[in-house]
Design a protein around this ligand. Structure first.
Ligand SMILES: Cc1ncc(COP(=O)(O)O)c(C=O)c1O
Length: 349
């Protein structure tokens, strides 16, 4: 079934941390609104910052200076360890921008390759160019490798030999739109791979805890291109006051030690609970995919979970994805796991 068919009947009325209310009923959310609300829906700190920005400046300051943008860019670079950051609004827009940077560096339109089965967005660049998968995973100096932190639909983390080949590409773009901001137990998923040093990292989703903010983080010659061509990469909503307020509040939260330790406990509970699944499971940190025999069975699992009060991610493929907010309370995590395991065991029986 298409996502629109399976999800459009479900009304999203209210949401708080890992709880969603729909038509008077309470649901445990194992989706984070599709990997966006890593810090929980309507996180207090993010909400306060956003409301403050709305009241002070409103949503626009296109082409004017903004103290909160300066502060956010500085803190985002310090937190991520990248030299330079440029802000956009959606993940697809930021992937397109990273491709343009690579093009200015000197790569041609035919030099971009993704890894088999990846997803990088629905605009022209990601759709038509990155989907030229390098099926043999054989990269060369003339190539730009675009690497999803893990393959989205089945949460497959790349084998060491694939990463070894990616390292041979002339330029590496890590797409961390879904996998960044703590989702896999690290700031970025590329940190799970030995000696992988992307030239650019594309972020979105959890970066604003669901508020539309994305970025290209860059080092070396890519950072130079972005710095020297800042005007060429501006966009009306990129780096607006509300986005900067949300992004800054997210970085504030991620800088707190206790947040990471709580998130790690949740990750251990989630991954060890999923070991009981009758179907194979891929995953790390607070993301996982249960591999189903086919897409129809996966659809049924999504609907059965929902009937029992649990939201899981419908992929349209032979998998069911799990991605609760990192901040989910232990009680809801345990309850959600119990519902999921009950549905999976009944489906497998
Ligand atoms: C890995 C990855 N890249 C890019 C995108 C596109 O982001 P957006 O939907 O914000 O354009 C997504 C969205 O799901 C994604 O998962």
């Amino acid at each position: 079934m298409k996502r629109t068919d399976i999800n459009s009947q479900f009304r999203w009325d209210e949401a708080q941390n890992a709880t969603v209310w729909s038509a008077g009923r309470k649901y445990i959310d194992f989706t984070s609104g599709i990997f966006a609300a890593n810090l929980g829906h309507n996180n207090d700190a993010v909400l306060d910052a956003v409301l403050d920005a709305i009241c002070k400046t409103g949503p626009h300051s296109y082409s004017y200076g903004l103290p909160s943008r300066d502060e956010y860019l500085k803190r985002l670079c310090a937190w991520s360890g990248f030299e330079h950051a440029h802000l956009f609004t959606t993940g697809s827009e930021a992937v397109e921008a990273a491709m343009r940077v690579a093009w200015i560096v000197g790569y041609g339109a035919d030099d971009f390759y993704g890894l088999p089965g990846s997803f990088h967005g629905k605009t022209w660049g990601p759709d038509k160019i990155l989907l030229r998968f390098n099926d043999a995973c054989d990269f060369h100096q003339k190539d730009v490798a675009v690497v999803e932190g893990y393959r989205g639909w089945d949460c497959h983390f790349w084998e060491p030999e694939v990463i070894e080949s990616v390292r041979c590409a002339g330029l590496i773009i890590a797409d961390e739109v879904q996998s960044g901001f703590g989702r896999t137990g690290k700031k970025f998923a590329f940190e799970h791979y030995k000696d992988l040093e992307p030239d650019m990292v594309v972020t979105g989703k959890g970066q604003g805890n669901g508020w539309p903010v994305s970025a290209v983080l860059a080092r070396g010659r890519c950072a130079e291109v972005l710095r020297d061509n800042a005007d060429e990469f501006s966009s009306t909503h990129g780096g607006n006051p509300v986005a900067c307020a949300a992004g800054l509040a997210v970085v504030d939260e991620f800088e707190q030690e206790h947040f990471w330790s709580n998130a790690n406990i949740n990750a251990m509970i989630l991954q060890s609970g999923l070991q009981q699944s009758p179907y194979p499971v891929n995953g790390k940190g607070m993301v996982a995919a249960v591999l189903m025999p086919d897409a129809k069975t996966a659809d049924r699992v999504v609907l059965k979970c929902r009937a029992k009060g649990l939201l899981v991610v419908h992929t349209g493929k032979a998998s069911v994805k799990i991605g609760p907010p990192l901040t989910i309370p232990g009680k809801e995590l345990a309850e959600g796991l119990e519902i999921l395991m009950g549905v999976l065991c009944a489906t497998a029986a």
